[in-house]
Ligand binder design. Sequence first.
Ligand code: ZN
Ligand code: ZN
Length: 328
Amino acid sequence: MSCPEGARLKAPPQFSHSLLTRRGFSRTMPEETKSIMNRRISLKTSILLGSSFLALAASARAQQDFSKVEIKATQVSKNIYMLEGAGGNIGVSAGPEGILIVDDQFAPLAPKIEAALKQLNPGKLKFVLNTHHHGDHTGGNPHFGREAHIIAHTNVRKRLRKGPGESQPGLPIITFDDSLSVHFNGEEIKMLHVGPGHTDGDSIVHFTGANVLHMGDSFFSGRFPNIDLAGGGDVRGFIRNVEEGLKKIPADAKIIPGHGPLSTLKEMREFHAMLVETSGVVEKAVAAGKTLDQIQAEGLPEKWKGWAAPMINASRWLEILYRGLTRK
Ligand SMILES: [Zn+2]
Ligand SMILES: [Zn+2]
């Protein structure tokens, strides 16, 4: 277990536009993508992924050394921050009423995250909002759930629950089906469930006063996303959710993606264009009777080369698209 002293906090005092420029792949690899690669290597031929994958992903995580991970804080607006460490980005509201966080990364990072939060605000952590059930977004739940109320879509609780009974630590204790608002630190913080996309329990979180959104894994900024087909995800639904977001999100909003740097609508439009074009490539190939192997051998147009992350490379992304688009 890492000690809190190991955490180093870099919190710029002002929001800077330079933060919005696209950066390369961050030094920390999204854990989700790492586990997906494991899955690909070991279960390449299987269509649906079962418990063996989960066990594999869990052991990959167990082996990962979190001691070197630093939690970096970026100020997004007056009292909203984004924390980056390993796993999904964390959104933070820190103000006179205390702290609310959106997602909480991996369990071993909880003490570092806690130390980072203390540097932002001395108040108590009151709420944890989970954008979906994946472990790189909910691993800290058992730790933070001791003092905070955890809120998530109904399916997040269902998927995190390991068996019957109500006593499992870290489960969301407040669930909702469509939307829910937390009135906190002087603004309405709205959670909105979006229909099957990355999983079947995705929410986006809108800090309505600050004009900041946390998109969860409905948005990977500047890189190919994961779509968890075994976890209720859906390729066309995923694209639709991004489209809906583009229509509704205010033009000057700051957007915290599930993975990748702090963004704006510009990066989300680029993400949408990538989704539409690359899914089009696969749809065309499927219509021409091509197999997954052939599609992967042909690859994607050169322009999307920079979107490959180490674990979701073009080949893996084509596989997700192929399986999602050909699923009956
Ligand atoms: Zn994630
Ligand atoms: Zn995810």
